[in-house]
Ligand binder design. Structure first.
Ligand SMILES: [Fe+2]
Length: 477
């Protein structure tokens, strides 16, 4: 049967209907001037459903096939590549010409023919580390792709040393040591309460491995690191064997369990894990953490419940106290769930967060804006996490919305925040996608350059930037 997405609740016709093609645009059209001190590659991931998923797939949206983009910047020009990750899952479904895998993280809903295949959709995030570009999704092993062509090489097990059955999409790279702190949860298979934390040296070899147990099986989507600690929150979206057997996607919001946070010394073992607790919180992504003596602080976008606005909060952990609770305060009321920083300052004392924000007081063209009614992220804000003040704002305009940004350091600069914000904007007027480049120190001046793609990219998951100096030499043109 041919592919037909009509009538599926996830795919109203419009910007986020599946696109399903691969693209190679050499020397993209650019409006404005790309500064020549931008040199490297902007990577992003999106879910792009190759085949029609089950009807109840709408409950997550994050189970589409991984489709990755690279914008290679060099000397004021940019080349675009967009490709599917050729996972076992995608290849099997292409061969069958239909969807074989069921709903989000529920193997009970899979076709029996794929029982022995890797379930990864490789659709969440990309990291360059140890000489490899990895595409990650938290329920499965890492996938390895070429940093220039995005061709798929295969699943990656870190020279045979990564034993957990999954690797989260949010490892952290220590800018001082070059180490990557990677982890997996449900690390011995679905519904297991095992957590595995790996230290991966700059050269890509695992040097340390710690396994410990979680107090309940909940979502552990992201972590934070300081110079001395690894902070692993356990957030109250829970699951059960009964839920999976009933055919539902894995998670449901559950405010009857506390937020739990494991704090593991980077040089410690499982016996050194200390659990803190707090009220139920709706959060997935953490901005950064730092430690000063016995006090660890972590900033994060967070809301009190499933349908309340997000804020930037700070959680504090006192390692010198017997108090089992963490403290919480509000830093800034920016309403967005995605916040980024200058990653050269990850784990260190830092000042700036770049937050996607929805300001409903800003104008929105509801006709040309595809009837979104302003219910979209329309700003990037710069928040000073030391003072809590908003110190910069970029408004994308009344016919666009913004996907996740990332910070791009100015070549040759070292000061925090000296660089650019880059992110894909959905242009609803032309139904195409724009990559906007904003000076992070002069955000009100608007985009200094816009890369105009002649097609649309579905709303993405995450973005990352890696400097040319970190990547291997490009292939000859
Ligand atoms: Fe994420």
């Amino acid at each position: 049967m041919a592919v037909d997405f009509r009538g599926h609740p996830m795919f109203p016709r419009g910007f986020n209907s599946p696109t399903r093609f691969e693209a190679d645009v050499y020397d993209c059209e650019v409006w404005g001037e790309i500064p020549t001190d931008i040199e490297g590659t902007f990577y992003r991931t999106q879910c792009d459903f190759a085949y029609r998923p089950p009807q109840n797939e709408w409950m997550t949206g994050f189970n589409g096939d991984g489709h990755i983009s690279a914008f290679h910047f060099n000397n004021g020009s940019v080349d675009y590549i967009g490709k599917y990750v050729k996972t076992e899952r995608l290849l099997a479904e292409r061969k069958a010409r239909k969807r074989l895998f069921g709903v989000y993280r529920n193997h009970f809903t899979d076709d029996p023919s794929v029982a022995d295949l890797d379930r990864s959709a490789a659709n969440t995030h990309m990291y360059w580390h140890g000489g490899k570009l990895l595409v990650l999704k938290e329920d499965s092993p890492a996938w390895h792709v070429d940093p220039w062509t995005l061709e798929t090489y295969g699943a990656w097990d870190f020279y045979g040393r990564y034993k957990a059955t999954s690797m989260s999409a949010h490892p952290k790279i220590d800018p001082v040591t070059g180490e990557m702190i990677a982890y997996g949860y449900q690390a011995k298979g679905d519904l297991t309460d095992d957590v595995a934390v790996y230290t991966v040296a700059r050269d890509g070899h695992i040097t340390k491995e710690v396994w410990f147990k979680a107090p309940y099986v909940g979502i552990m989507h992201d972590i934070a690191i300081t110079q001395n600690y690894i902070v692993v929150p356990l957030i109250c979206r829970t699951t059960s064997l009964e839920r999976l057997q009933s055919g539902e996607p894995m998670w449901e919001w559950n405010e009857n369990v506390p937020t739990m946070v494991a704090v593991l010394p980077r040089d410690g073992e499982a016996k050194d894990v200390r659990w803190f607790r707090g009220p139920p919180r709706n959060t997935l992504h953490f901005l950064n953490a730092t430690d000063r003596g016995d006090r660890i602080t972590m900033e994060l976008p967070c809301s009190d419940g499933e349908r309340t606005p997000s804020e930037i909060k700070r959680w504090s952990f006192n390692m010198n106290s017997k108090n089992e609770y963490f403290e919480e305060e509000t830093v800034n009321t920016a309403n967005g769930v995605l916040a980024r920083m200058d990653d050269r300052y990850l784990s260190l004392d830092y000042q700036y967060a770049y937050v996607g924000n929805r300001d409903t007081s800003l104008p929105y063209d509801n006709d040309k804006g595809a009837g979104m009614g302003g219910r979209v992220t329309n700003q990037y804000l710069r928040v000073d996490v030391k003072t809590g003040k908003t110190t910069g704002a970029y408004f994308v305009g009344p016919t666009h919305s913004l996907q996740e940004s990332c910070f791009v350091p100015r070549k040759g600069g070292t000061a925090e925040g000296d660089g650019y914000l880059m992110g894909v904007a959905n242009n609803y007027e032309s139904m195409t996608s724009d990559l906007v480049i904003v000076d992070a120190q002069r955000m009100e001046e608007g985009a200094i350059a816009t890369v105009k793609l002649p097609f649309r990219l579905r709303s993405g998951t995450h973005t990352n930037w890696f400097n040319r100096a970190e990547l291997p030499a490009p292939p000859a043109v």
